[in-house]
Design a binder for this molecule. Sequence first.
Ligand SMILES: C[S@@+](CC[C@H](N)C(=O)[O-])C[C@H]1O[C@@H](n2cnc3c(N)ncnc32)[C@H](O)[C@@H]1O
Length: 276
Amino acid sequence: MDIKDVVREKYAQAAIRVKTGESGCCSSACCGSGDSGDPITSNLYDTRQISDIPREAVQASLGCGNPTALAQLSQGDTVLDLGSGGGIDVLLSATRVGPAGKAYGLDMTDEMLTLARENQRKAGVHNVEFLKGEIENIPLPDNSVDVIISNCVINLSGDKDRVFVEAFRVLKPGGRFAVSDVVVRGEVPSEIRRSMELWVGCVAGALEEREYVSKLSKAGFEAVGVEPTRVYDVNDAREFLSGHGIDVDRVAPLVTNKFMSAFIRATKPTTTNRAS
Ligand SMILES: C[S@@+](CC[C@H](N)C(=O)[O-])C[C@H]1O[C@@H](n2cnc3c(N)ncnc32)[C@H](O)[C@@H]1O
């Protein structure tokens, strides 16, 4: 099984658990545990912000930030959420862009798409469309999107360069990349990088902060910035590393304050001069 199949399987289970009324995720095999005290996933949204969002969309939330709160979204914009899961950020975007705008969610996992479409029906919004596909091959035309958002998904990709090239392609000139993701500052032990379970849990595949900037720049983006929104201390590290065959007492202190959730912004230039 390659990493994409493992990711798909884990998030299919997460969607099923939400539908059957269990907790949001499958122990700590997903981004955070989905539990209320989880260091990565908990308390991302303001109660007022999600008051009109269906309960199942909130329960399925497995992100690590709140991209729509930080992104600049205007009435009439077309927004694309890469790895939309249960749809929470797509539904929040739909309200922000209004009936003249459109919010697309893209996800490769059938069970998540089913959940997201049910949540759309419950929310009664019409300017939303959930697409099946991979973030490495976005099923939208060139220059068709004003804003790309994403919440804790790009770290899961085994080909991040391809994701950034595709994001650049579908954005209109002047379009904005406004993404929440897990990012690493500095080196982390190789045993973390090697763990498939920690990859699926949004930890092992996280890009180093400078690498994130350089990959986005290489894809053609400008005004690239990484702004930490939550930095994980030793207790958080203990929590997300435990249960994966890692010597937590030894390794957690080595990664204290190195893992963080961050908001990453970048812009597609109005005149394209992408290096090939
Ligand atoms: C950690 S969850 C985040 C879901 C959502 N963004 C949120 O904040 O709740 C990751 C989601 O991304 C999807 N995903 C992961 N890798 C993907 C890929 N390469 N292409 C498309 N979807 C992907 C998974 O199916 C899952 O729904």
